[in-house]
Design a protein around this ligand. Structure first.
Ligand SMILES: [Zn+2]
Length: 390
């Protein structure tokens, strides 16, 4: 029996993090400490009626907080979802946000908390140029974040990924102050996640650490965080997929996920540059897309990242550490946790290959890929991933 007390900790990097089993109990206290009397809990519709959410709402009410739920959010949240959330916040005269859920719920909640204090339109705050200077920071609502998946790490991210369903693209809403004031990492709220989603979100966490690690951007602290994040995925993702009730594995995967998003202040790369357009065009699961794309992108980047991937293979204690050893480990991990080898397995064909390539070059993650691929090169990587030709 694991002693989960060994995993109980309070961290202030990159924000205030309350880690440990059962710490969801502290939710009302953290809301009050941020001055909330009437928080709006924003979550994914699939979670809204589950005990994990209804218990949290009940605990807030028992502690004297008024608390309502908003859950009208798509799997890839849209601009309309965000503005509906802003309307609900204003109508209920709320004074703070509890961001509760997977990436969709957290991203939507963070965007709502930003937008309740702004006079402009949502896309005025897209991560383009110095748009972030337009944000009225003092008017943003305070946020407590509770991730229920271990993947996006959105609980410590400075952006929300929101789909513009008019233009059919994903846009990033950015402000450094979008990092929630308090994060609760409680593995017990993630034990209900099915194995398939545990695998897909866990591979997303791996992709964040990996792409951040391979980025050419100068940020040695992020490099260190990424290395250890990947080691945690290696040790604990197979366990979390095999047995969803393994609280120790769930705890370590939550931390690996938070580390991935901490590390990707260093930037992401071609996996995400491709996953973002594919998510917008096919409404496919973000983590699943990154998981399938991972080996194809590694191969395409090989000439530039070979040395640092060999160092990574040494850190992960892989036999005969090399680029090949790491690639083979990724392939074996994907198989072990049930990720298909080709995009065709999730219903994606190459009919829009040219468009995907053009959208990938325009994606913000493209800028920190180790090799500045052209649209044609992205199309080629995509086509290989569709048919499974590594
Ligand atoms: Zn991701």
């Amino acid at each position: 029996m694991t002693d989960m007390n060994a995993y109980r900790a309070n961290w202030n990097y990159p924000t205030a993090i309350k880690a440990g089993a059962g710490r969801i109990k502290e939710l009302p206290d953290h809301c009050k400490a941020l001055g909330m009397k009437n928080p709006l809990l924003i979550t994914d519709p699939g979670l809204a009626n589950l005990p994990v959410v209804t218990d949290a709402v009940a605990s807030c009410k028992a502690a004297g907080l008024a608390c309502a739920v908003f859950s009208n959010i798509k799997g890839n949240p849209t601009g309309q979802n965000v503005m509906d959330g802003v309307a609900a916040f204003k109508a209920g005269q709320h004074d703070g946000v509890i961001a509760f859920g997977g990436g969709s719920g957290l991203d939507a909640a963070k965007a709502v908390a930003l937008m309740v204090g702004q006079t402009g339109e949502l896309w005025d705050y897209e991560d383009v140029g110095d748009n972030y200077l337009r944000v009225n920071v003092d008017a943003m609502a305070p946020v407590v974040a509770v991730p229920t998946t271990a993947g996006t790490g959105s609980e410590v991210g400075r952006v929300s990924v929101i789909t513009d369903d008019t233009a059919h693209i994903k846009r990033l809403i950015f402000h450094a102050r979008m990092v929630p004031a308090v994060v609760i990492l409680d593995p017990e709220v993630t034990t209900g996640l099915p194995a398939k989603l545990t695998a897909a979100t866990g591979m997303d966490a791996l992709s964040h650490n990996l792409e951040a690690y391979c980025s050419p951007f100068y940020h040695p602290m992020a490099t260190g965080v990424a290395l250890e994040g990947m080691r945690l995925v290696k040790e604990y993702l197979p366990r979390a997929v095999k047995n969803g009730q393994d609280v120790e594995a769930r705890m370590q995967m939550l931390v690996a996920s938070t580390m991935g998003a901490t590390a990707f202040q260093r930037g992401l790369g071609a996996m995400h540059a491709l996953a973002h357009p594919l998510g917008a065009l096919y409404d496919a699961h973000h983590g699943m897309l990154n998981a399938i794309l991972m080996p194809y992108v590694l191969k395409a980047n090989q000439s530039v990242i070979e040395e640092r991937i060999t160092a990574l293979a040494r850190y992960l204690n892989l036999p005969n550490p090399s680029f090949e050893a790491f690639l083979n480990w990724v392939l074996a991990l994907r198989e072990e946790v049930g990720i298909p080898h080709a995009l065709s397995a999730i219903g994606i064909d190459d009919a829009q290959a040219q468009k995907v390539g053009e959208m990938a070059v325009a994606d913000p993650s493209h800028g920190t890929n180790p090799i500045p691929f052209t649209a044609a090169q992205y199309s080629e990587i995509f086509k290989r991933a569709v048919v499974g030709l590594l």
